[in-house]
Ligand binder design. Structure first.
Ligand code: IVH
Length: 683
């Protein structure tokens, strides 16, 4: 290296430190020491020097936040440690009950009267992220995904000025994982939507969706144009030598390393203190410049956290205090109707746009005709709109002052023609719903195809893709999906050769879904996920199922006489038979692979699950029972062999007791399965 180069290298290092420092003052601490012009001068000098000495450019340089090339795909990455979810508390009572549960749990572990301290943090409504630093440099940013595996979005997280590319320490740990939330601030969200509207582009529904869409962009330049922000809230996996006694100390350390950590996070000593702090956050909610949907309360002592451990996907040592939903008053402009997958028309409300809990709402669900009638809404009147956290907005009722007027507009009626295909609608006898009777209605087909894609777990086949392929006339029934080719898909906008091939592979892969799943996916009225599985177990093959009489069908757990009639009629339908034949021909599974009823240790036994089990999720428990040849149904009858009851079990437990059905807890179930002491969730 020439003397000239070494002085350039020194100046570059110096400038990087200065730019990082001032960027941190500005973006993280919100307390700049120098003006924009002075900052720009430093940045431009660095940029110019690096251009003159490209060999000195390193990825952690502040000039390299927007990488050059878009990535071709988001790569799936396994997390260093599972990313968990949180149990909810909706009231002070539930919060106290949580603390009580921890006390009892710890008492059983021999820890009496633990000295609890808590930390209360805003629950930011964004996306959880795992940031991995090696030797102090950001090497990977991964979305939460399913908690085990997420997507690598490093290229986009690098564009966030608040996310350090290099930790601010002289002695960085070899490995450090930082967890936090990436989000879009309300002002940034509004500005982005205004820009998009002005450019004639679609606007985002809320800051969360907009952050999610941005984080998953392939081109970091797009992410850089849509400002994201970040709050760090947890030290994740770290190499030896990094250790703290408390969560709060970890947060303070993260702040020292340069991460944005909310300045209003407090350590609280008592239950009352926690409740008061949650209420304070709730009051401040409307004045924050980012959306929060609750408060996360965590046990501060890390040793206690470790002892408390995890149940299912949720740590025992933390809970989300969820805010009650927000409401607003606006005018009901009109009611629209959409056919569902069986032609049943679903109403939705078109509203004068209104701001509810930081989001503009124009549409709201009304569930069904009955719901609409019960709410007694009238077009043109003011109504109350509710948005609860992350769920779809709903219309609750007419505004109080309109409901008892004498001159109200007429009651809204379902349309006489299907709004999608124009076929005259009708109300089948005994039904509370008006339907579009046209089996070929594009609206119905669209719903059926969307349902099929979701039920068969086909990655990348969402609402948008289904609409596109339908419009192109490529797909009419689910069977058509399996005839799509990558070459064909790659010709359409929004697809490349890689994404088209991936989609076709995902569709092909879905052929491995078990028989019961296929029965659910094809869209048979009354056949949900569990009934599909039970029918598959009961009849073993599609031929046996198609030959079954209503009486035979009724032998299936959970299938009563009325359901049996409906299922029988559905299976006798010509179009359904044609679809099944088609799918069978294409290689989908129409035979049951699991143990037959009459095989396995739980053969002939019927189970009903209720309440929350300590370790197993409902799906895990169901899978274990079914793998042992048992059946799982939804309601308790005399035929039920066992009710497995967990916490907050309700009427099913009461029914079991009334009918004299044996009740098991999780340990009892595991004993029955011969799995005592095994790691139940690892099953
Ligand atoms: S802690 C136990 N802290 O909430 C670890 N999560 O339901 C769980 N979230 O996916 C995460 N703000 O996206 C934690 N201060 C905070 C949070 C927070 C928002 C989100 C996060 C997570 C979800 C859990």
């Amino acid at each position: 290296m020439s003397p000239h180069d070494s002085s350039a290298a020194e100046r570059i290092a110096e400038l990087r430190r200065l730019v990082d420092h001032h960027s941190h003052r500005y973006h993280v601490l919100d307390d700049p020491e120098i003006g924009d012009a002075a900052y720009d001068a430093l940045y431009n000098e660095l940029k110019a020097l690096e251009e003159a000495h490209p060999e000195l450019i390193t990825p952690e340089s502040p000039t390299q936040r927007v990488g050059e090339a878009p990535v071709s795909d988001l790569v799936k990455v396994a997390h260093l440690q599972r990313m968990l979810s949180l149990a909810n508390a909706r009231s002070a009572e539930e919060l106290r009950a949580w603390i009580q549960r921890m006390r009892s749990f710890l008492a059983r572990e021999g820890i009496e009267n633990p000295a609890f301290q808590f930390v209360a943090e805003p629950k930011i409504d964004g996306l959880a992220m795992s940031l991995v630093y090696e030797d102090g440099l950001l090497v990977r940013a991964v979305t939460r995904g399913n908690g085990e595996i997420g997507e690598d979005v490093t290229h986009n997280l690098r564009t966030i000025a608040q996310v350090p590319l290099r930790l601010s320490t002289d002695a960085p740990p070899a490995l450090l994982e930082v967890r936090g939330e990436v989000y879009m601030s309300l002002p940034d969200f509004q500005a982005l939507n205004e820009r998009r509207a002005a450019a004639g582009e679609s606007t985002f529904m809320n800051p969360r969706n907009s952050a999610a869409g941005t984080v998953r962009q392939l081109d970091p330049r797009l992410a850089a144009e849509r400002p994201l922000s970040f709050w760090a809230y947890q030290v994740g996996v770290a190499s030896d030598g990094v250790s703290f006694a408390t969560h709060h100390e970890g947060l303070l350390w993260l702040r020292e390393l340069g991460f944005p950590v909310n300045p209003d996070i407090r350590v609280l000593e008592s239950e009352d203190g926690v409740v008061a702090q949650c209420e304070r956050w709730e009051q401040r909610r409307g004045s924050l410049d980012f959306e929060i949907d609750g408060v996360v309360v965590k046990v501060n002592d890390l040793e206690l956290q470790r002892r408390l451990g995890v149940v299912g996907r949720e740590p025992r040592w933390a809970i989300a205090w969820k805010f009650p939903p927000t409401t607003a008053v606006t005018t009901l402009l009109d009611i629209g109707w959409n056919p569902g997958k069986f032609g049943d028309l679903h109403p939705y409300a078109m509203l004068e746009p209104v701001h509810v809990g930081g989001v503009t709402v124009k549409l709201a669900t009304l569930h069904n005709e009955e719901d609409l009638a019960r709410k007694d809404l009238r077009i043109g009147e003011e109504v109350i709109v509710l948005r609860a956290g992350d769920v779809i907005p709903q219309v609750v009722s007419p505004a109080p002052h309109v409901a008892d007027r004498s001159d109200r507009p007429p009651k809204p009626r379902p349309p006489s023609e299907c709004p999608v295909c124009g076929t005259p609608t009708r109300k089948p006898e005994g039904s509370v719903f008006t339907i579009c009777p046209n089996r070929d209605c594009a609206g119905r087909r669209w719903q059926l195809l969307k349902h099929f894609a979701a039920a068969m777990d086909i990655d990348g086949l969402g609402e948008k893709q289904v609409s596109l392929f339908m419009e192109l006339g490529w797909i009419r029934t689910a069977a058509d999906l399996y005839r799509l080719t990558a070459e064909q898909i790659a010709t359409r906008e929004g697809f490349g050769a890689v994404s088209a091939a991936k989609l076709v592979a995902a569709i092909e892969h879905s052929k491995r879904q078990p028989f019961g799943r296929v029965l659910y996916a094809v869209g048979i009225e009354e056949v949900g996920d569990v009934t599909g599985r039970n029918l598959a177990q009961q009849f073993r093959s599609i031929d046996a199922l198609l030959a079954a009489s209503p009486d035979d069908l009724e032998q299936t757990p959970g299938v009563g006489p009325k359901m049996a009639q409906v299922i029988h009629a559905q299976l006798a339908d010509e179009a359904m038979r044609a679809l099944i034949a088609d799918l069978r021909e294409l290689g989908l599974r129409f035979e049951e692979a699991g143990p037959a009823p009459g095989e396995g240790p739980l053969a002939g036994q019927t189970f009903v699950l209720t309440g929350t089990l300590p370790d197993l999720t409902r799906e895990q428990a169901t899978a274990l029972i079914m793998a042992a040849g048992g059946k799982v149904t939804g309601s308790v009858s005399r035929r039920t062999s066992y009710v497995v009851a967990g916490e907050s079990a309700g009427s099913k437990l009461a029914n079991a007791e009334r009918l004299g059905v044996s009740v098991l807890d999780e340990a009892g179930l595991l004993a029955l399965l011969g799995r005592e002491g095994a790691d139940a969730t690892g099953a």
